[in-house]
Design a protein around this ligand. Structure first.
Ligand SMILES: CC(C)(COP(=O)(O)OP(=O)(O)OC[C@H]1O[C@@H](n2cnc3c(N)ncnc32)[C@H](O)[C@@H]1OP(=O)(O)O)[C@@H](O)C(=O)NCCC(=O)NCCS
Length: 218
């Protein structure tokens, strides 16, 4: 990490800039299309979940350049998130007013309970890395690796057995190489209902008796 960068746990005051970075780094993604309000509720929920972690990196000129978020016990996180029913409903309503064509996907996610347990349901002691994003203007300057290293330190200190994440298969070489170089292995492929091919990557700190490698990824 550069000396003029500093990493801190996100507070409420960071959320506006964090959401802007999310929108810049993930244009055209579903959550970005749902809108700022939903993203704010989401990241606020991660930051307030007792087993959650949102880290932000600031540059020398006090600009939020990137962030990383995730949580241990994912099912517990999604229960925590869903407690904010009213805030979620308002955020979704605002997003759908702007983009009504997103309704089928919103309904699908609501029916699934909004959880990704399909990814790593075998071991609740894994941390789900839910987002890593660097502002396009600040990319390739070591921000992503510094944030990931700090997040991994948090995960190890929390006693997690490892970290997992889902990421796109197509047109995503940079991110896939980023995680592969940091010790993640693809453990599974998923095809979402909108036919988006995703990989589940995991980095195991401590084996816990489960086989993380399924037949398709051997
Ligand atoms: C993926 C991402 C987080 C990487 O962050 P970053 O700050 O740009 O990356 P860093 O400068 O820390 O570099 C990390 C590694 O990527 C390599 N890298 C960075 N930019 C690169 C580029 N444009 N082309 C090829 N490699 C590149 C670096 O050389 C470095 O390699 P190393 O691991 O061998 O040292 C960032 O590009 C991003 O936010 N992308 C959009 C959102 C995304 O895809 N998030 C991850 C999926 S959830």
């Amino acid at each position: 990490m550069r000396r003029d960068h500093h990493i801190a746990c996100a507070t409420r005051a960071d959320l506006k800039a964090l959401v802007e970075v999310h929108l810049e780094a993930f244009p055209d993604f579903f959550l970005s299309k749902i809108g700022k309000r939903f993203l704010t509720v989401y990241y606020q929920s991660v930051a307030t979940y007792p087993q959650g972690c949102v880290l932000v990196l600031y540059s020398a000129n006090s600009r939020l350049v990137g962030f990383i978020s995730g949580f241990k016990y994912p099912d517990g996180f999604y229960r925590h998130f869903k407690k904010r029913k009213m805030a979620i409903a308002v955020a979704l309503a605002i997003g759908l007013l702007k983009r009504p064509y997103l309704l089928p996907r919103v309904v699908f996610h609501a029916r699934c309970g909004g959880k990704k347990s399909v990814a790593m349901s075998e071991d609740e002691n894994f941390v789900e890395l839910s987002a890593l994003a660097v502002d396009p203007g600040g990319q390739s300057a070591g921000v992503g690796q510094a944030l990931h290293a700090a997040f991994e330190d948090w995960a190890v200190a929390s006693g997690a057995h490892g970290i997992y994440l889902t990421t796109d298969v197509e047109r995503n070489e940079l991110a896939r190489n980023f995680y592969a170089k940091r010790g993640y292995r693809e453990i599974r492929k998923i095809v979402t209902p909108i036919r988006r091919s995703m990989s589940v990557f995991a980095k195991v700190f401590r084996e816990s008796g489960f086989s993380y490698i399924n037949e398709s990824s051997r």
